[in-house]
Design a protein. Structure first.
Length: 256
């Protein structure tokens, strides 16, 4: 039997686990304390194994091997997460640059997660408001209210954001309430059926003010479908492609 199958299975389980953690969900570069502790312990054990010449060779090798194993999570995660954090920083910049900011906008981030777009938008406002909504479903990319607040504090925008636990399929906001509607990697987690997709699409378009901008990043097929809904609603639409079969769509709602 090939060893690739169990290795692939372990990787898949690890990815599923990681996908639901704050480490994965957060865009703010920060490793958890337990990972540092694990790595320091591993380095300490490895050094101890090398220094203790009075020990048997088998014991020395065992201690060194254990130390190396304890260092492996950081060895694997550090380059992976650094690439991920940089990618998110680039994506945030790209999405926020699609808006011609005045500073007084009323912004809605649909499926705000850890606050990647919400915090970035808040940083560009002067007198405006930035509201994030989410319900953090299982296997929805991780995140929670505490992570959102922690990230907002880390980015010095905690006093400039608002959050409400709201289902994007049924928003309690009046028509044409927001100047800017944003969403990143959220729609494919929110929907479970075509009906869900139709509801989310209509709601995001409904709450956008005339002259306002909506920018959404998601999987290519999701953006293609959303683009058709936006065009049908009369929005001026532009699609931009990204790597990994992803796209984002920019829509401007015409002024009557």
């Amino acid at each position: 039997m090939s060893t690739q199958a169990p290795v692939h299975s372990l990787k898949r389980r690890f990815i599923i686990w990681a996908h639901s953690t704050n480490l994965w969900a957060s865009h703010v570069p920060k490793f958890p304390a337990w990972l540092y502790l694990l790595t320091i312990s591993g380095v300490g054990l490895s050094i101890l194994g090398l220094l203790m010449s009075s020990w048997s060779i088998a014991l020395q090798i065992g201690v060194i091997a254990l130390g190396i194993m304890l260092c492996l999570p950081m060895t694997y995660l550090a380059p992976t997460m650094k690439r991920r954090w940089q990618r998110r920083a680039d994506v945030r910049q790209e999405i926020l640059d699609t808006v011609s900011w005045r500073g007084d906008e009323k912004v809605l981030d649909v499926g705000c997660g850890g606050g990647m777009l919400l915090n970035g938008a808040a940083a560009r406002l002067t007198t405006g408001t930035a509201l994030g909504i989410d319900i953090w479903v299982d296997h929805g990319g991780g995140g929670n209210r505490q992570l959102l607040l922690d990230n907002a504090k880390a980015e010095n925008v905690a006093e400039r954001i608002q959050f409400e636990e709201v289902d994007a399929r049924d928003m309690p906001y009046a028509d044409e309430s927001f100047d800017v509607v944003l969403s990143s990697w959220a729609i494919h987690h929110i929907i479970r059926s075509r009906e869900d997709f139709e509801k989310v699409s209509k709601e995001m378009i409904r709450v956008l003010k005339p002259g306002g901008t909506i920018t959404v990043l998601d999987t290519a097929h999701m953006i293609d479908a959303l683009t058709m809904r936006m065009e049908a609603a009369g929005l001026d639409v532009e699609i931009r492609e990204r790597p990994d079969a992803q796209k984002f769509v920019i829509g401007i709602k015409p002024v009557s």
